[in-house]
Design a protein around this ligand. Structure first.
Ligand code: AMP
Ligand code: ZN
Length: 112
């Protein structure tokens, strides 16, 4: 657990979240400010800053990807978009790795 990390505090139960699904390695919970009818964040329980660090741990990377798939299946999403923002200039505001899982409406690219 990293001091002052919001998502570490959610993993620890110190900050409330609406949990969708979890296993030993990852946690899926509802985004507090949804950008789509379904907007869930999937995070590793271990603190990693971004996708670069996730790439250094292939077993955890596989677990997080499996978690994304399991969460989408659990929610009954026929289609969804997965986004990892990396770096403040790309919109990363919380520096504990998280996958945005967005769905429930047309997710055709480009967004609009
Ligand atoms: P990013 O901009 O990629 O770092 O995404 C951070 C996401 O975390 C945003 O979509 C926020 O709405 C979401 N968020 C911030 N605080 C919370 C919280 N306490 N519980 C759930 N989601 C949160
Ligand atoms: Zn953290």
């Amino acid at each position: 657990m990293v001091q002052d990390c919001l998502f570490c505090k959610i993993v620890a139960g110190e900050v409330p979240a609406t949990v969708v699904l979890e296993d030993a390695d990852w946690l899926a919970f509802e985004d507090i400010a949804p950008k789509a009818p379904v907007h869930v964040l999937v995070i590793p329980k271990r603190h990693l800053v971004d996708i670069g660090e996730l790439g250094a741990d292939p077993a955890l990377a596989a677990a997080v990807v499996a978690g994304i798939g399991a969460t989408a299946r659990h929610l009954g999403l026929p289609a969804f978009r997965t986004v990892f923002n990396t770096g403040a200039e790309a919109g990363q505001a919380v520096f504990h790795l998280h996958a945005h899982v967005l769905g429930g409406r047309s997710m055709n690219w480009p967004p609009g």
